[in-house]
Design a protein around this ligand. Structure first.
Ligand code: ATP
Ligand code: MG
Length: 582
């Protein structure tokens, strides 16, 4: 049976101190929370949130953030909110809101009655903007977006004050109210925080708080034509919801001083922002913009294409929530961005499916075999084990008859050294059935292709053992031709050929690294009859081939399967994954 390579344990020991702790690895964020609990900083509360922007589907990187936020809340008896960060109506859609809700739930997390939207707080945010204007901490600026950029300066040069920086409070209040009333066109004015144009942190050089956007919002309709910027919304939303630990990815580290500045100036409840590393995976892109390009340009069939790293794609592929959660736990969190091997994710999925997936026999590239000495018209029902990992899953009957299908690659007319499967004159075991010996080969006279084998079987070997103790070197799977169910099987490979397709340093667009063979469709597969009742989403192990899942394209009379993952890790891949994470 499959056993986990030792190297993986070693390589991941930093995040999984021992197997029993695998779902509660310690890390710096946990330590911060433990310390805050010790000092009673938030009155013993732990309250996190997952704040997606509804401008795309969730992907495996988001899963890391979801598992972290909901996981911390669960571990410390706290709460975790689901909050849509819907401050940019131009890119946001209800379709995305709905998919995000479905995906977080599917991953296994529950926000109870705490589903919120930043747009719920637009009125309060507006009031707070007025408060900052009255305090002389915010002003209406008439510079164009391009001019604002020019005035901002660079990392090495300080910025310049806007000519509109010293408007009176009265004028600012009047203009801001008229901005809200819709008197000005998009881009003509902004509301900016008055902080410091010479700050070494560019985020503090009078950042924009509000912009004019005459756009219809998916929840507030046309009520607003000014929208708060992410930085002005995020901390205050956290504050309103009583969040204790506002966990986000490292690119927001430089925004933390601004997060703190707004909360301090407003004098409201102040959560703690903590940053962790984004998940990156080899042979994958995890930028929503790039994923959107793949969908819009038709490189994949949609957001839920089984090659996509989206949660809906992984679900369709057959990945389990349990396997994804185990992966997120294993990658852990840190303060430096890295890249995790895709094979580690596959390993976690395989480990989970190994425990739960029923074994069945399926032939993907069929070769007909006639057992000449087996009585014509006879069928017997043989016992097959459903899951050797879990005896409680029992056994089932598999029909055996005179004509079978075996896998094309399980026969070689001219077997190379170390090839132990079927060949002329050679004997092998048919899984759960009999020993058979190859006695003849039928070829297509035109092409020379092998189209049929003739074999004899040994009736004394029923169940797979010879009473005389003779051995065979190989066991192959098979399906009875008369009982076989036809199916289409879709085989997937990495979507990209390059380990880091997002790296555009070669001057190429990431789409140039797409793998043209990421999808191979096999239309003429033969399945054992127990699969007749399989439903979309059902997962199986096809013996010797891998884990497979029924695709929603399945219709009456047309079974479609996706290959979820192949059966074995290659040790080399895992070893490499261990090193990079260790
Ligand atoms: P955008 O470029 O649109 O901001 P995003 O991937 O950051 O994309 P959000 O909807 O803002 O998307 O993400 C929601 C949350 O998920 C954020 O807290 C973000 O930090 C986190 N997140 C996004 N991508 C990853 C990733 N690759 N690894 C870990 N966390 C992520
Ligand atoms: Mg983001």
């Amino acid at each position: 049976m499959y056993s986990r390579p030792a190297i993986l344990e070693v390589g991941l020991s930093s995040t999984s101190p021992d197997a029993s702790q695998a779902d509660k690895p310690s890390h710096f964020i946990r330590e911060i929370i433990l310390e805050d609990l010790r000092t009673n900083r938030f009155g013993g509360r732990v309250h996190t949130r997952f704040p997606p922007e509804p401008n795309g589907y969730l992907h495996i990187g988001h899963a890391k953030s979801i598992c972290l936020n909901f996981g911390l809340a669960a571990e410390f008896g706290g709460k975790c909110n689901l909050r849509f960060d819907d401050t940019n109506p131009c890119k946001e859609e209800v379709e995305y809101v709905e998919s995000i809700i479905e995906d977080v739930r599917w991953l296994g997390f529950d926000w109870e009655d705490r589903l919120y939207y930043a747009s719920d707080y637009f009125e309060q945010l507006y009031e707070w903007a007025i408060q900052l204007i009255k305090a002389g901490k915010a002003y209406v600026c008439d510079l164009s977006p391009e001019e604002i950029r020019q005035y901002r300066g660079t990392l090495t040069e300080p910025g310049r004050n806007s000519p509109w920086r010293d408007r009176s409070v009265e004028e600012n209040l009047d203009l801001f109210q008229r901005m809200r009333a819709g008197e000005f066109p998009d881009g003509s004015r902004t509301l900016r925080a008055k902080i410091d144009m010479a700050s070494p942190n560019l985020n503090l050089r009078d950042p924009v708080m509000y912009r004019i956007l005459h756009a219809t919002h998916h929840r507030t309709g046309d009520k607003w034509c000014i929208y708060p910027m992410y930085d002005f919304a995020h901390g205050q939303c956290d504050s309103i919801e009583g969040i204790t630990h506002s966990v986000c990815t490292l690119e927001f580290e430089d925004h933390r001083p601004l997060y703190d500045w707004y909360l301090d100036q407003l004098g409201i409840y102040h959560p703690q922002q903590i940053e962790f590393d984004r998940l990156n995976l080899t042979y994958t892109v995890l930028s929503k913009r790039k994923l959107l390009t793949l969908v819009q340009k038709g490189y994949v069939r949609g957001w839920d294409d089984p090659r996509m790293p989206t949660l809906s794609g992984l679900r369709r592929r057959g990945y389990t929530p349990e396997g994804i959660r185990a992966f997120c736990s294993r990658v852990g969190v840190s303060k430096t961005n890295g890249i995790v091997e895709l094979s580690l994710l596959e390993h976690c999925i395989r480990e989970d499916l190994n425990k739960r997936a029923q074994r069945v026999m399926a032939v993907l590239r069929p070769l007909r075999v006639v057992i000449d000495n087996y009585p014509e018209g006879q069928t017997e029902e043989l016992d097959a084990v459903n899951n050797p990992e879990d005896p409680s899953m029992g056994t089932r009957k598999v029909p055996f008859s005179r004509v079978l299908y075996i896998e094309r690659e399980d026969f070689r007319e001219d077997p190379p050294k170390h090839y132990y499967r079927l060949a002329p004159g050679r004997e092998v075991r048919l899984r759960y059935a009999y020993f058979i010996r190859c006695t003849g080969v039928v070829k297509d006279p035109a092409t020379g292709e092998v189209v049929e084998l003739h074999c004899s079987y040994d009736p004394a070997t029923r169940g797979g053992n010879a009473p005389d103790g003779r051995k065979v070197k190989s066991t192959i799977h098979w399906v009875s031709a008369a009982h076989a169910i036809p199916a289409e099987v879709r085989l997937y490979d990495n979507l990209f050929l390059k380990p880091n397709p997002a790296d555009e340093s070669e001057g190429k667009d990431f789409t140039e690294y797409l793998n043209p063979e990421s999808l191979v469709v096999l239309e003429d597969c033969k399945l054992e009859p127990s699969l007749r009742t399989a439903k979309p989403g059902d997962r199986f192990q096809f013996e010797r081939l891998g884990y497979f899942c029924v695709d929603p394209d399945t219709a009456p009379g047309r079974l479609v399967f996706n290959r979820t993952v192949q059966l074995r890790d290659t040790l080399a891949k895992i070893e490499k994954a261990g090193k990079e994470n260790g």
